[in-house]
Design a protein around this ligand. Sequence first.
Ligand code: HEM
Length: 242
Amino acid sequence: MATATREYHRGSPTDLRAPCPVLNSLANHGLISRSGRDITKDSLLAALNEIGLASSAGKLLCNIAFKVHTDDAKNPPPGTAAMGFRDPDQVNDDGVPVLNLDQVGRAHAMEHDISLTRRDRALGDHMRLDEALYERLLECPREKKAFRIWDLGRYRKVLYAEHARDNPQLVFGVHQQASACLEVAAMQCVFGTGSRGGVPMEYYEAVFRDERLPFEEGWRPRKWMFLVELVGVALCVSFWAL
Ligand code: HEM
C-alpha cells in the first residue's frame, strides 16, 4: 500500500503544524505538504481517504476548512464561513485555493477550549501538545491497554468541570462539545479495532506523542467507513460526556 511506504519524519522548526494530531501526522508522513504550507483541498482529501476516513466526512470537513474565514458567524459574506481557515485570495501559483496548517488553529473557527492535549487559548499554548495533559490522557482508560469511547466521554466530563472552574474565559457551547465528541469518534472509527474494541494505547501514543500513523504498531487503514457510523459514535461519546 502506498501509505505504508511514505517515510515518517517530524517537521523542522520552520514547518507549520496544526492543533490536530492527525493532520500533523499526515504532514509528517508526506501525505500532505511536509512543510504544512500551501495544502490544496485535493491533496487533503486524498490523504484523508488513504487513512480510511469516510469520504463524505472528508468532503464535508474540507468544504468547510477551505472556505475563507470570517469572524461574522451570523451573516457570513458569500464564499466565507466562520469555521473556514483561509485568508481572502489565498491561492498557490496555479490559482488553486490553499491553506497552511497553523491556520487550523485560528481563533473563532474550529479550534476550541478543553482539548485533550492542548491548553485553553486563554491559559496557554492552544497549538502544541502539553506534556502534563498528555500524561493525564494516558491515565484515563480503565483497561490500560485501550481507549474506549466511554473512557474518553467520561474524561471529557471531568475536564469540563475543571475548566469551567479554572478558566473564566472558557468558551465551550454546543458546537465545541459536538466537535470534541466528533474528534474522539474519528479516532475510534479510523484507529479502533472493530465495533467492540477500543483504540490500542500505543496507537494513541503514536498519534499524539509522535504525530505518526501507527503502522509500526500494526494499524492498517479501513477500506470502508460511512458518515453515519462517525455520527453515531460521536452521539455515544456525548452520552458519557454530558
Ligand atoms: C480536514 C480534516 C480535519 C480538520 C480540519 C481537523 C481540525 C481539527 C482542529 C481545528 C482541532 C483542534 C480542536 C481543539 O482545539 O482541540 C483538531 C483536533 C483533533 N483532531 Fe482533527 N481535524 C481533521 C481531521 C481529523 C481526523 C481524520 C481525526 C481522527 C482520525 C482527527 C482527530 C483529532 C483529535 C483527536 C483532536 C483533538 C486533539 C486534542 O484534543 O488534543 N482530526 N482537529
